[in-house]
Ligand binder design. Structure first.
Ligand code: 5AD
Ligand code: SF4
Length: 458
């Protein structure tokens, strides 16, 4: 029997890539195991976004070394594979396959060569491709959310970011192919779909039929679909019709993740983000003026080369102007191949840490105030987990907020329940069920049972 074990790090795109890789392997006759000791093939899907990620990968590969005598084969895939390429074979000679995400559509061929005994197989030369990794064999491991990649790669080349080098050129799928996959997911019983892309709203339909906003609406109109999410949006391509579509289509989630990175126009220029603070705030004004309460979240980097105290202060005042519902804050970390690696990393680790702490503290205060708007609201929640130690069930609101709620009987994962919010915390809501649970379809329960063994995220 051909068996494999997969470990995955990184963003949602990587997690979903692994769902497709698992599906491809299963289609090629492999069985997934959850214990690496039982696996004939070990795959490691890597991320290189920050913090010397490649060192961590080599460290992990060193741990694999002790298993090499057991006849196992090793594959390193994803962003560190693309970034380090042949160097992986030099440092870890027991690895037989190294492939970046732009080459995954060639996996069946690479697997055949692996099985034939080849030991230096690479998929590293496809970053200029126009093709996307479309497959009918995705193993969906999420029990309540179906992911669809609509655009791969990135052409933005922000000064700090590895993604254009690791994931290659921007390329969109046709809207017909996206809609066919969305229909298939709805047929499996999923009621929630998340559209994915490094810059999801840079989507350009190669067939010219639909804009990004029109595609979202078309997905939201599919029979059985209750929620459409999309991530990550880039401010450059954030157009007013996206806000109008959210306002007009109740199935589109009223949440936009719109990373600003910095509140200072000077730093934004150095980062090559190609927008100013004012330009960004104009887009935010559209969402603030919307009929629905659109929740905003962001990513922020502190300590980019040359960031002054005043620049950092501009980021803090931007937080206050926008009122995000959550942010991911990062200390700038120099990455190989990026233009910023040639800039002097001028901010000390100590100052970076200090700025990050100030950022997070201020943001927490903002959330503490801003979450109060939910008190006494009734929110529809999708159940995502069982009861916690307080006996509360875990669910998520349309805006992607965590809601812990009490109810008499425990609803199944994938059910919907109306919950009255009785308490607010800075990053979660607490409430009580005020409706019966709407249970997931038999199709979704069958799908959950089928994929219970599929483990994607480590
Ligand atoms: N240093 C710190 N943060 C980074 N990000 C991307 N590259 C870097 C880097 N070199 C952050 C950005 C991006 C998020 C996914 O990771 O904020 O939006
Ligand atoms: Fe990490 Fe970026 Fe690659 Fe995602 S695309 S896995 S965040 S390096």
């Amino acid at each position: 029997m051909k068996t494999f074990y997969i470990e995955t790090f990184g963003c949602q795109m990587n997690a979903h890539d692994s769902e497709k890789v698992v599906g491809t392997l299963v289609h090629e006759g492999y069985t997934q195991v959850v214990d690496e000791a039982e696996a004939g093939l070990i795959l490691y899907n890597t991320c290189s976004i920050r913090d010397k990620a490649e060192q961590k990968v080599f460290h992990r590969l060193n741990e694999y070394k002790r298993m090499q005598g057991e006849g196992k084969k090793f594959a390193v895939i994803g962003c560190v594979a693309q970034q380090e390429g042949q160097k992986i074979f030099e440092r870890a000679p027991y690895v037989s396959l190294v492939a970046g995400s732009a080459s995954y559509r060639n996996l069946p061929d690479m697997l055949a060569r692996l099985e034939a005994g080849e030991t230096r197989i690479t998929g590293l030369d496809d970053r200029e491709t126009e093709e996307t990794f479309d497959t009918d064999f995705t193993s969906r491991s999420n029990p309540h959310r179906g992911y669809i990649t609509i655009i791969e790669g990135c052409d933005k080349f922000c000064a700090y970011c590895v993604v254009p080098y690791t994931r290659g050129k921007e390329r969109s799928r046709t809207s017909a192919s996206v809609l066919a996959e969305a229909q298939r997911i709805a047929g499996l019983g999923y009621t929630e779909i998340q559209l994915l892309g490094q810059n999801v709203n840079s989507y350009r339909d190669p067939s010219g039929k639909r804009s990004f906003a029109e595609l979202m609406v078309a997905v939201g109109e599919i029979n059985g679909i209750e929620r459409v999410r999309f991530t990550t949006s880039h401010p450059r391509d954030f157009t007013k019709d996206i806000v109008d579509a959210i306002d007009a289509t109740p199935t589109l989630c009223n949440h936009v993740h719109l990373p600003v990175q910095s509140g200072s126009t000077n730093v934004l220029r150095a980062m090559q983000r190609e927008y100013t603070r004012e330009w960004y705030l104009e887009r935010i004004a559209w969402t603030h003026a919307a009929k629905r309460d659109i929740s905003l979240t962001s990513d922020i980097i502190v300590g980019f080369p040359g960031e002054t105290d005043q620049d950092f202060e501009d980021t803090i005042t931007l937080l206050e102007a926008v009122k995000y519902d959550s942010i991911f804050g990062f200390k700038y970390s120099p990455r190989p191949n990026t233009p910023a690696i040639h800039m002097h990393d001028s901010i000390s680790e100590e100052v970076k840490a200090e700025r990050l702490a100030i950022l997070n503290t201020r943001q927490r205060e903002i959330q503490r105030e801003h979450y109060a708007r939910h008190l006494n609201q009734v929110d529809r929640v999708m159940v995502e987990g069982g009861r916690n130690s307080r006996g509360q069930v875990l669910g998520r609101s349309m805006q992607n907020k965590t809601v812990n709620f009490t109810c008499e009987t425990t609803p199944t994962v994938g059910s919907y329940v109306d919950v009255k919010i009785t308490q607010v915390f800075p990053s979660s809501l607490v409430g009580e069920a005020v409706s019966e649970a709407i249970a997931p379809s038999a199709a979704l329960l069958a799908q959950q049972a089928l994929n219970a063994r599929v483990v994607v995220l480590s």
